[in-house]
Design a protein around this ligand. Sequence first.
Ligand code: NAP
Length: 249
Amino acid sequence: MPNKLHRILILGGTAEARELAARLADEAHFSPLTSLKGVTRTPSKIAGDIRTGGFGGVDGLSSFLREEHIALMVDATHPFAAQISAHAVQASKQSGVPCLRLERAPWSVQAGDDWHQVADIESAVQAIPAKARALVTVGRQVVAPFFAREDIHVVARMIEEPDIGLPSHAELLLARPPFSRAQEKALMQEKRITMLVAKNSGGDATYTKIEAARALKLTVIMIERPDKTQTTTALNVVEMMGLIELTLS
Ligand code: NAP
């Protein structure tokens, strides 16, 4: 790698994005700039430069890449953030700035799991039987359709409060992962949960709820990821560092 300083745009909002920013900031020839949508009220500390807010669609992102002399963009957004990833692919084509994807592996069914796999939030809402007591862990931005089901009891866990009111048949648990398997099992027992609703986020931080559901023989309604296969993808930061060096060499 030559001695040139490479400006790397990281589309962030995940632990992997933070980890990548720290690794790049440690290298003399990289200057990381992390972009956040700005929805989290208390974001974790990130190495290197930070900007917040949308770019204004594909054209806005393309202009940003050119104006900020970005050498390479890493889409390290959450597996369920579909729009920004699609914009990254198109903006990369428009601007000629290469785009790589950093995405942790999804969870897969293990012996003892009872998964009902669905494609999206709406299908997950419909898959819950009447009178169920569902632990819903999908995030505050998409919890509304679960609250609309008046024939079930919803225990909604999320990091920050949703912008919508809580109906009488729902409870809110505000908590930030990680949680131990014992904590997850105790919660499911205490709340008499009959099924878990989860996004297939992958990673270790929230896997204990899947293990707890397995131990208690509960069905998991697993919302599978949107397809983001158009981009060259690394599953972890070490792999990504190699891909970046290769792409810029
Ligand atoms: P989204 O639906 O894919 O994106 C909606 C719009 O938000 C984009 O078109 C873009 O606006 C802006 N945006 C999203 N991520 C951005 C970023 N990193 N930097 C600048 N602008 C961004 O995204 P989402 O599902 O609302 O997720 C928002 C952020 O939260 C993402 O960065 C993601 O990594 C993080 N997150 C999401 C989830 C999830 O389950 N969806 C979970 C954990 C963290 P413009 O079109 O104006 O550029």
